[in-house]
Design a protein around this ligand. Sequence first.
Ligand SMILES: [Fe+2]
Length: 172
Amino acid sequence: MIAEDDEAGQVWCEKNDFPGYTSYASLNDLEWRFPIFKEIVTELDTHVTNFSKDLEFDLGEKKIQLDSLWINILPFGGIHTAHIHPHSIISGTTYVAMPNGTSPLKFEDPRLGMMMAAPPRMKEAREEMSNFFYAWPKVGDVMLWESWLRHEVPMNMADEDRISISFNYSWN
Ligand SMILES: [Fe+2]
């Protein structure tokens, strides 16, 4: 319903060759428009607070706060190429629809650019030694990571849409 009503968002996706739909560039007030997003933000705030404690961040006087929250609808054949989330410190995604056969969330070893002369890893190398890490989240899971960590969503090969809500937290 949100995607259908958001004409500005549809135009943006069309113009930017974005497969499916994202509200990223068009709606910045989901938690005010739709009460369920307010509930999601309350839950996310708790997870992010715990995560930042686990990261042992020394936040000083400043606080970690939600900066943006958006919807992603990735149809069959859709892909979200590797990227980071600038101007944020913690980013994440929670999952609404993960049809059978859909794509994982793929993280890239941040040292990759320094590994020019290093031999490749064995195919069956231990997970922590691999250059890429694949997470297979389930509906309702919340994935959190530091915003500098490059990640991507490989092609959705499921017939149904892969639907998620992503967010950025900043420190200010
Ligand atoms: Fe992302």
